[in-house]
Design a protein around this ligand. Structure first.
Ligand code: ADP
Ligand code: 5GP
Length: 208
């Protein structure tokens, strides 16, 4: 599994989606549980030619998740081996100490060959990526309508109160990065916010 991730791209790009310009890297950030993956699922089902870039993580799979979506799930030893091999553009330990990282070879390939990609990344990772690829990154921040709604969404997904508290403890720090983002979407109603994300993705992706 890891040998494959090291040698191959984690996205199966199709030449029909290749642009003549460089690829665009859409990075979606926001507190855990705000609805990033839900909105991405909504939007990716409605736009053409934009690829989801799965990150690689050591956290355990949740119900409904599969190998490769929204993550490639690997062991800690495997992840650390990939760090040593230079496989990541950036990586972080988040919340419970689990590792999350983005696959450098896939990003470089996409941007150089004119493929548009989108991924979900924490605010610290996004800041690094904006520095590394200043001309290619479109940063998008998702905010909850209010903190109570965020807590409810987290509680709907996670039963362990300690895990909910760890995620809520990071929210103030995360909100402090909001001014660095080119677009901010309030995820109040899924249909409304999803359409806004679709419009933003298309606004850039349809350019030559
Ligand atoms: P994230 O990827 O940001 O961690 P998820 O997409 O997993 O968040 O969403 C967390 C929970 O919130 C899920 O149970 C999801 O169904 C719910 N959710 C997402 N968007 C909305 C919304 N607009 N209104 C109500 N619930 C939502
Ligand atoms: P979760 O465990 O809720 O799926 O994700 C936890 C956090 O990790 C979220 O804030 C998410 O945006 C972030 N994340 C996911 N993949 C990456 C990655 O590759 N790099 C960084 N820095 N953060 C990531």
């Amino acid at each position: 599994m890891v040998r494959e991730l090291l040698k191959e791209l984690v996205v199966n790009f199709q030449s029909k989606d290749k642009r003549t310009r460089k690829g665009i890297f859409f990075v979606v950030s926001g507190p855990s549980g705000v609805g990033k993956n839900t909105l991405l699922n909504y939007a990716l089902g409605r736009v053409e030619g934009i690829y989801y870039l799965p990150s690689i993580t050591t956290r355990s799979m949740r119900p409904g998740e599969v190998q490769g979506f929204p993550y490639f799930f690997v062991s800690k030893a495997e992840f650390e081996g990939m760090i040593t091999q230079g496989a990541f553009l950036e990586w972080k330990q988040i919340h419970t100490g689990d590792y999350y990282g983005t696959h450098l070879p896939t990003i470089v390939y996409a941007l150089e060959n004119g493929y548009d990609i989108v991924t979900d990344m924490d605010v610290l990772g996004c800041a690094e990526v904006m520095e590394r690829f200043p001309g290619n990154v479109v940063p998008i921040f998702i905010v909850p309508p209010n903190m109570e709604a965020l807590r409810r969404r987290l509680a709907g997904r996670e039963k362990d109160p300690a895990l909910i508290a760890r995620r809520m403890a990071r929210v103030d720090m995360e909100m402090g990065f909001i001014d660095r983002y080119r677009h901010v979407i309030v995820n109040d109603d899924l249909e409304r916010a999803g359409k806004e994300l679709v419009r933003i993705l298309e606004q850039y992706s349809q350019r030559d």
